[in-house]
Design a protein around this ligand. Structure first.
Ligand SMILES: [Zn+2]
Length: 208
């Protein structure tokens, strides 16, 4: 679903730690990335957002308050239609959802490669694979550095051509989030947008 798929294949050949560090060093606080890919009645969405945007910190959560904040954020991220409000006429419902906090350096263990292979495969990944890795991640959590929230969604839409816009309630939910770089890939091609807190609407007429 990603335009950068060949790049990801290349990165997959590099050591897992370098790959993860590169991704998180590259992020800019306030700016997340949302990829949307549609094929037939299926719409897949993937979100990467700095921990700073979602919970206001990027260290490994240790206090009860930090852990509660992360759990609350994950729960919010598991309800994509409350964050990314799609045109009602499209009749979209969520069929699969995954959300987790990923800490820089946490993936420097051998389970990571299997995780990435599963993750980067375009289809067929299952949430339980992520869950297993997530448990591992908590054990191997880094003390400091960047962190990102990562979420993936699969939706089924009865009438995808009626998907003419998205309202980003995401910005109301996460007060430190300022911008999302949105890529939309449909049969009509790839389209890039920037959606901001000040203008949280994305028009998609004619793309689906
Ligand atoms: Zn960061």
């Amino acid at each position: 679903m990603r335009q950068t798929f060949p790049l990801i294949i290349a990165l997959a050949a590099t050591p897992a730690f370098a790959q993860e560090a590169r991704q998180m060093d590259a992020h800019e606080h306030g700016t997340g990335r949302l990829n949307i890919a549609a094929e037939g009645n299926t719409v897949a969405m993937e979100l990467h957002a700095p921990g700073a945007d979602i919970v206001g910190f990027e260290y490994a959560p240790e206090s009860d308050a930090d852990q509660a904040k992360v759990a609350e954020a994950v729960e919010a991220l598991e309800a994509p239609l409350d964050l990314f409000v799609l045109s009602e006429a499209a009749g979209c419902r969520v069929t699969e959802t995954y959300a987790a906090l990923e800490l820089e350096g946490e993936d420097a263990h051998e389970d990571h490669e299997a995780h990435e292979e599963e993750h980067d495969h375009e289809e067929g990944h299952e949430s339980h694979d992520h869950e297993e890795d997530h448990d591992d991640h908590e054990v191997h959590a880094a003390e400091a550095g960047h962190s990102e929230f990562h979420a993936e969604y699969s939706l089924t839409c009865e009438n995808p051509s009626a998907l003419t816009g998205i309202e980003f309630a995401y910005f109301a939910q996460f007060e430190n989030a300022l911008e999302l770089e949105v890529q939309v890939v449909t049969a009509s091609g790839a389209h890039a947008f920037e959606v901001t807190r000040d203008a949280p609407l994305l028009a998609l007429e004619g793309l689906f």
